[in-house]
Write a protein that binds this ligand. Structure first.
Ligand code: ZN
Length: 564
């Protein structure tokens, strides 16, 4: 997990170090003036369960193994880049923590690396070093710049709009003006290193689709134009799946324009991937079988989107900060989505680690003895996949009182809760559908409902105000009211498979009709009735206080690189 151990980074690291020493002695001040207590930081660290993420690399040829290592080296650069993007003083703080002889700073340093800065991403970004709130502008904009200042600058300089709103520029003050500086220039050192490593990997690999992508991406990093390489990423067809570059804009909490660097280096599970493709190819059949009036259904779901199952070999940058990504859907460029759709990538070994470390301990407290023997990783994995697939089923464009609109617009603030609930419920309904048609294996039926019920307690653990948790509270209470699940004398919950099967169907039908009619008042009454935490459920949640909230991944390949 060491952010800066790569040998490529050594020269740069020394430079940063020297510069920081000079700067620190010049202003005579320390970056860190206040620390949360060691006990506090330790308790926060313990919310993450360390796990070694393994992946079988034995089938890779020596040539592809070398390619993979070059990609991991390139990926490491995104750690440094993201650290810079989060906060302009992060690198200086890191240097100070590393030099510190205070015992509590060893712990603070470890936590700083996990959080990519002095703010706790697991606890509303509260600072654990100093007491400065996390700046919404991150390091993408000048410190303290407001949204109004940005907008009035663009108003006065309309020609600058594209550069200012670009996902790939940082904004800086230059005298009394604002300037947009391309990432390729602003982060030149790391960008050049990454680009060169990607070119080396492109020369090494025997996979033509990977070679084409890497060459294009190496060029994109230098030009800030990612379109062609995003297109080529959609065509990857070999064993190695890699994402590297600036992608998501969540870290820019001021304006949501600026993309953060991240990377995923993965190995494709071809067998599991083709199984998922088979499921996706049944979309119209699943739509046709939905429990709702035929005339409300929609078919021909537009562009075909590939779905891949992979095992993660290494991750870096934004995705590694705080809670770990279990699946992603890229690219974000609408032009690519228009012509090629988007690719869903499921990180199977990440999901297995989360299942073992965070999911099983919850289910042990939540499920009755008989049902505890009926949960499986495969059912959990399938549930996540089917949830994603089911977002694409059911009403989308609708008419309310003769006016064309969308479910999203009609259900307004309730939409995300209803839609997340729908995706869960249709996920289970469609799993049963695929089992009945022999597309998914019959033994899955025996673990399907118990696994679903157990997992609900994980989802509501973080609150029911958020859409996913709220959607799950609705399901749980609905199923309890229909007698599909009940509380046993020991306080745990059991499931009646036959009743549950029917109850899932009933709930699916209610949700689909609310969506199809765009019935806001109906949705409001429905959500109010079911989205609550009952005392029997709360008493299970009480017992989960010490269960880790997520995993802290460690990557064996990193040790491998460092030993050379
Ligand atoms: Zn969802």
């Amino acid at each position: 997990m060491d952010v800066f151990r790569g040998c490529i980074m050594q020269v740069h690291r020394r430079l940063v170090f020297l510069l920081s020493v000079l700067l620190l002695s010049a202003c005579g001040g320390k970056m860190i003036r206040k620390r949360a207590s060691a006990e506090h930081i330790r308790a926060q660290m313990e919310k993450l369960s360390p796990v070694e993420l393994t992946c079988d690399l034995s089938k890779l040829s020596d040539q592809e193994m070398e390619t993979l290592k070059l990609l991991v080296k390139a990926a490491r650069c995104t750690d440094t880049l993201f650290l810079k993007q989060v906060y302009g003083r992060n690198l200086d703080m890191l240097v100070e923590l590393k030099k510190s002889t205070l015992p509590e700073d060893t712990l603070a340093l470890a936590f700083f690396r996990v959080m990519f800065g002095p703010w706790n991403r697991l606890d509303g970004n509260k600072p654990f070093l100093n007491d400065r709130p996390k700046p919404a502008e991150a390091d993408f904009y000048p410190e303290g710049m407001t949204k109004e200042e940005f907008e009035s600058w663009i108003k006065a300089h309309p020609d600058a709009r594209n550069a200012f709103e670009s996902n790939f520029t940082v904004i800086r003050r230059q005298n009394s003006a604002l300037a947009a500086i391309p990432y390729s220039r602003f982060y030149q050192d790391q960008i050049l290193t990454m680009s060169e490593l990607l070119n080396q990997a492109a020369r090494r690999t025997a996979d033509p689709s990977l070679k084409a992508y890497l060459e294009s991406r190496a060029q994109a990093l230098l030009t800030d134009d990612y379109y062609d390489s995003d297109m080529k990423w959609m065509d990857l067809a070999g064993d190695i799946e890699v994402v590297i570059g600036p992608y998501e804009v969540y870290e820019d909490r001021l304006l949501g324009y600026k993309a953060a660097f991240e990377s995923f280096v993965c190995l494709v599970d071809h067998e599991a991937s083709s199984k998922l493709q088979e499921i996706v190819s049944c979309l119209d059949a699943m739509e046709n079988a939905l429990p709702m009036p035929q005339e409300l259904k929609r078919f021909s779901r537009g562009k075909f989107s590939p779905i891949k199952v992979v095992n993660l070999v290494y991750s870096a940058g934004e995705t590694k900060a705080g809670v770990q990504t279990a699946a992603f859907n890229l690219p974000n460029d609408e032009r690519v989505r228009e012509s090629k759709g988007s690719k869903k990538v499921m990180l199977k070994n990440v999901m297995r680690a989360k299942f073992e470390k965070c999911w099983i301990p919850i289910v042990r407290e939540a499920l009755s003895e008989k049902d505890l023997n009926r949960v499986s990783f495969d059912a959990y994995f399938n549930e996540v996949v089917m949830h994603e697939v089911s977002h694409g089923l059911g009403p989308g464009k609708i008419a309310v009182a003769g006016v064309q609109t969308t479910v999203n617009k009609a259900l307004k603030d309730l939409y995300s809760t209803v839609e997340e609930c729908k995706a869960d419920v249709l996920g289970v309904l469609n799993t049963q559908f695929l089992i009945d048609r022999g597309i998914l294996a019959k033994p899955l039926e025996n673990v399907l409902y118990a696994t679903m019920l157990g997992g609900m307690f994980r989802s509501i653990r973080f609150g029911i105000d958020e859409a996913h948790g709220g959607g799950v509270a609705i399901q749980l209470n609905y199923y309890l009211d229909q007698g599909a699940s009940k509380r046993e004398p020991d306080g745990r919950f059991s499931v009646d498979d036959a009743r549950m099967k029917q109850s899932v169907r009933n709930l699916a039908s209610e949700l689909l009709i609310l969506e199809a009619k765009g019935d806001y008042d109906g949705a409001k009454a429905f959500v109010q009735k079911y989205r609550n935490l009952r005392p029997d459920v709360s008493s299970v949640l009480e017992k989960l206080k010490n269960v880790p909230v997520d995993i802290l991944p460690m990557y064996p390949i990193e040790r491998d690189l460092d030993s050379h």
